[in-house]
Every structure is written in structure tokens, then in C-alpha cells.
Write a protein that binds this ligand. Structure first.
Ligand code: AMP
Ligand code: MG
Length: 502
């Protein structure tokens, strides 16, 4: 069986010797393809037909690598829950190589769960079906919401059991990423005092993600600036849709600005800013509302690695980095404010929003919180209210009467924006625009768990396929999907815990 062709061009392996270890994937006894992402395959210039069937199963389980693949485990460090681990690295992942996609973008093709590497520490290098399908589901959900993310090209079952708290079926995820450069990659070399290697890595990152900066004497400070801008945009989108990453360690923060690692992530149901679902996040470090602060903390760790490159004078380097770190919260807040004003159907200038509109926004968020309104449906049903139908929105409130005063203010403001009086046509246009920003379908925690349990425990991929299809059209209200749009009973959400997908 000859493996399908990938036009690999492996710059990380070629340009950065000393930053990785060559490792072959472990063989899988009984490979079986659980999912092939045909749309993504085509985006990568690959032929989905050649990637399905037994050839695809062998490829995506790691048994038959495509020609030109050069599997490497990347080394990195990272702050995990605030504590520094000087060596983490790909303990169960391998970069196979890079492809230039149809749009001319360089994309990493990597395995996760493909066996031990020199960086496995005490781990087995393996992954289970459930957590790898979770990466597929949430990655596709984020992508459909327009949020930068790594994505699953395929998930293959290995036919091998993996031992966790119970025995689980094993799987390999094939992950596509703009790159796997992490804050932690820089930390590894900086912590060892290998500043020449930090420089090499930074210049590689610039060539890959910010080529306009190449050759600029100030490029390392500008790299920090660019990464911080991407993270501000990214984390604002997380906040907007109620996504809780769950494990924002510095090794899980990319330079590309893509979301990576869907281990213990979850979505808000009722709007509770203090929400945290991860079973190991006892202090709530990575709670929903802390994400902007943690992103800045991680960027500060990134900045530290770059200081010797930014300026020979340590004080000057710190001052330069601080201009970025000081601006970061405002960048993030501005993105989020614009997104939320658009969801309110109000004008959304990047700067100098109307103070009355900001007060409306604050009061709306306050109501969502105090009335324990489902975050996703609250915003979505506000679009119906723009057309005069407030009953469904009101029904989401613990005390339905508490909506009326705010709604009256909001309607008055919409009328002013529309030039004094809202016509049915203007109302319909506003509602349609709001629905383009506020999804009906998110990856509800209980539906994700159901789909994963069916796949992992009963080998039934039906619920997963149905959920995936709905997640790919998050803004469409299609009959038959109501159960996917509805929140879980509040006691289910109160007891919901996520686990790091090891
Ligand atoms: P994560 O929580 O997935 O970001 O992983 C943190 C670190 O633990 C990374 O270095 C992983 O490669 C490593 N790791 C997680 N699970 C395993 C495993 N089963 N075997 C080996 N290494 C692992
Ligand atoms: Mg990770």
C-alpha cells in the first residue's frame, strides 16, 4: 500500500537543528479511521479520496507515513499553573512536516497520541479516542465561529488500549496548525541562557508569521507587539463566545494566535464570569473572567525571553516590552467591546463608543449575570427582540419582569440609531446582522460529552457526526437541532468537570 503524497517542505526540521528530536510514531495494531476532515484536506491541497479507506487509516494511525514526512518531537518548556517546568516538549506529539496550503499558507501537520518521545517523562505518549475526538469537535466549532484555531485533519483509532483511570480505546489525532511555536518554546532556550537560539527561534517565527518584520533592527520588540495583538484578538473572541480554555499554560499559547489544546476546555452556559470547569484548576486561575489577565501574564513570560534581543540595555528593553504589555488589556477590551456592541445591534466604533451605549452594554451583561441567563441564547434571542419578539428572551430570565426596563432603553437607542423611528425593514436588518454575530449553536458541554461517550464507549459515531454538522453551521436555526441549542439543566452544569485530555 503506497502512502498518499503530501508536498512537504519541512522548514522547522531544516532550519532549526537542535530544537527537536527525530522520532518515529509507534505502530498501531488495528488502525481505523474515525473521521477525515474532507474540507480541510482540500484546503491543504490533498485528495480526500486518497486519504480515506485503509490507506488513510494506516496513514493517520502512524503506520504508513506519507513520503517526505520527517517526524520530529519539538522541545519546549512552560509555566503550568504558574510554576515553571524547564522541560516539557512533545511528549505524545510529532510534527510530520509542513505543507503550503491552497491559499499559500504554511501549515504544520502533526500527530498527537502517536507514542513516546524523549520528552514523554512518565507518560505513555498515547491518547484516547474521546479526548482526540474532542479536539476535532471543539476545533471545528471554533473554526465555524471564525475563531483562529488548530484543526483536526483526521482522527484514527489505533486498536490499542490506553490505561488511564480506566482502560480506553487509543487514538491518534492529526492536527493542522499555522505553526506549533509556543511561548514555552522560547522559554526552554531562554531558561538555559541560550540566547543565540532564542534569536534563531525569533527570526524563524518572524519569517513564518510576520515576514514584513524581517530585517528590521527593532524586529524582536515588534514580534512581541504582533504576538500580543494576535492574542488580544484571540482571547477577546473566546470571551465573546463564552469559551473557557481551561489550561492557559505558556506552552499552550501560540505565536500564531491560534487556539491550541482542547483538553479541559468548556463553554459557559449561564453567564457566570467566575466559571471554571477544569477538575485540576482548584484556584480558578483559568476561570472565564481571568483569561485576559492570564494572557497578559503569559505574554510577560514571552517578553522576558526576548529582552536580551530587544535591547542591550536591560532597562531600555524592559521599558520597550512594557509598552506592549501595558497596551494589551486595552487592545483586548477594545476588540471585545466592538464585538459585543455589534451583538447588541448598535454602532461599534473601535474607539470612542457612545457612553450611553457602553452603559447599555454593561447593564445587559449585569442582567445576564444576575438573572443567570444562558450566555449563548441570551444574545441570540436579543436578535428576535430586535424584531419585536421578546418572549423567548424573557423566558431565559430568572425574573422575567427584570428585562423590561433595559429592553425599553435599548429599543429607544435602536430607534435613534435608525434615525428616529425603527421601520420593520430596519428592525429586520438589525436582527439579521445580530444573528450573524450571535450563534445559535455552540459546543454545549453535555452534548460534547454525550457524543464522545457514544463514540468511545459504544463505537457509535452517529451523535458525533450530527453534532459536528450542527457546529459547522452555528448561525443557522435548523429544525431538529433544538436539543443541541438548549442549555443543560443547571444542576448538570454545576456538577460538570473537565479533565486534561491525557
Ligand atoms: P498538555 O496538558 O496536553 O498541554 O500537555 C502538557 C505536557 O505533558 C506536554 O509536554 C505533553 O506532551 C505532555 N503529555 C501529556 N500527556 C502525555 C502522555 N500521555 N504521554 C507523554 N506526555 C504527555
Ligand atoms: Mg499542550
Amino acid at each position: 500500500m503506497s502512502a498518499p503524497a503530501f508536498a512537504f517542505d519541512n522548514s522547522y526540521a531544516r532550519d532549526l537543528p537542535g530544537f527537536w528530536a527525530a522520532v518515529q510514531p509507534a505502530p498501531a495494531p488495528e488502525p481505523r479511521l474515525l473521521h477525515l476532515n474532507c474540507e480541510l484536506a482540500e484546503e491543504l491541497g490533498l485528495d480526500p479520496a486518497a486519504l480515506s479507506g485503509p490507506a488513510g487509516a494506516a496513514l493517520f494511525a502512524g503506520n504508513a507515513l506519507p513520503a517526505g514526512a520527517q517526524p520530529i518531537a519539538q522541545v519546549y518548556a512552560g509555566h503550568q499553573f504558574g510554576g515553571f517546568s524547564p522541560q516539557l516538549g512533545d511528549g505524545r506529539a510529532l510534527l510530520l512536516g509542513e505543507l503550503i496550503d491552497r491559499e499559500g499558507r504554511r501549515r504544520d501537520i502533526a500527530f498527537k497520541g502517536s507514542g513516546p518521545t524523549p520528552f514523554s517523562r512518565r507518560g505513555d505518549g498515547k491518547a484516547a479516542v474521546g479526548p482526540m475526538l474532542r479536539e476535532l469537535l471543539i476545533g471545528e466549532a471554533m473554526h465555524a465561529l471564525g475563531i483562529p484555531t488548530t484543526r483536526a485533519l483526521a482522527v484514527a483509532a489505533t486498536g490499542e488500549p490506553v490505561w488511564r483511570e480506566s482502560v480506553l480505546p487509543g487514538a491518534v489525532l492529526t492536527r493542522v496548525a499555522a505553526s506549533h511555536l509556543r511561548v514555552g518554546t522560547f522559554q526552554y532556550f531562554a531558561a538555559r541562557g541560550e540566547h543565540d537560539r532564542v534569536r534563531q527561534l525569533a527570526d524563524y517565527a518572524i519569517a513564518r508569521h510576520d515576514p514584513a518584520l524581517a530585517g528590521d533592527p527593532d524586529r524582536h520588540a515588534l514580534l512581541l507587539h504582533a504576538v500580543a495583538q494576535r492574542q488580544a484578538a484571540l482571547v477577546a473572541r473566546w470571551m465573546e463566545v463564552g469559551f473557557i480554555h481551561g489550561v492557559m499554560n505558556t506552552d499552550n499559547m501560540t505565536l500564531s494566535g491560534e487556539t491550541i489544546d482542547y483538553g479541559p476546555c468548556a463553554f459557559l452556559e449561564a453567564y457566570q464570569p467566575e466559571a471554571v470547569f477544569s477538575s485540576i484548576d482548584h484556584q480558578g486561575r483559568y476561570a472565564y473572567r481571568n483569561q485576559p489577565v492570564i494572557a497578559r501574564w503569559n505574554l510577560a513570560r514571552f517578553a522576558e525571553t526576548l529582552l536580551p534581543l530587544i535591547d542591550d540595555d536591560a532597562d531600555a528593553a524592559v521599558a520597550r516590552a512594557m509598552t506592549v504589555l501595558d497596551a494589551f488589556p486595552d487592545w483586548l477590551e477594545a476588540h471585545l467591546r466592538v464585538a459585543r456592541l455589534m451583538r447588541l445591534g448598535l454602532p461599534a466604533p473601535a474607539t470612542a463608543a457612545d457612553p450611553a451605549d457602553l452603559a447599555l452594554l454593561d447593564d445587559w451583561l449585569g442582567l445576564l449575570q444576575s438573572q443567570r441567563v444562558d450566555h449563548t441564547l441570551g444574545w441570540r434571542r436579543l436578535a428576535d427582540a430586535a424584531e419585536g419578539q421578546a418572549a423567548l428572551l424573557q423566558a431565559l430570565f430568572a425574573e422575567p419582569a427584570s428585562l423590561a426596563p433595559w429592553l425599553a432603553r435599548w429599543r429607544a437607542r435602536c430607534a435613534v440609531v435608525d434615525g428616529g423611528q425603527t421601520s420593520p425593514a430596519a428592525a429586520a436588518a438589525r436582527a439579521a446582522a445580530m444573528r450573524r454575530h450571535s450563534p445559535w449553536i455552540i459546543a454545549r458541554n453535555h452534548r460534547v460529552e454525550e457524543a464522545l461517550a457514544a463514540a468511545s464507549d459504544h463505537d457509535d459515531l452517529g451523535p458525533l457526526q450530527a453534532l459536528l454538522q450542527a457546529l459547522r453551521e452555528p448561525f443557522e436555526e435548523r429544525p431538529g437541532r433544538e436539543h443541541l441549542a438548549e442549555p443543560a439543566p443547571s444542576e448538570v452544569t454545576a456538577a460538570y468537570r473537565t479533565f486534561c485530555g491525557t
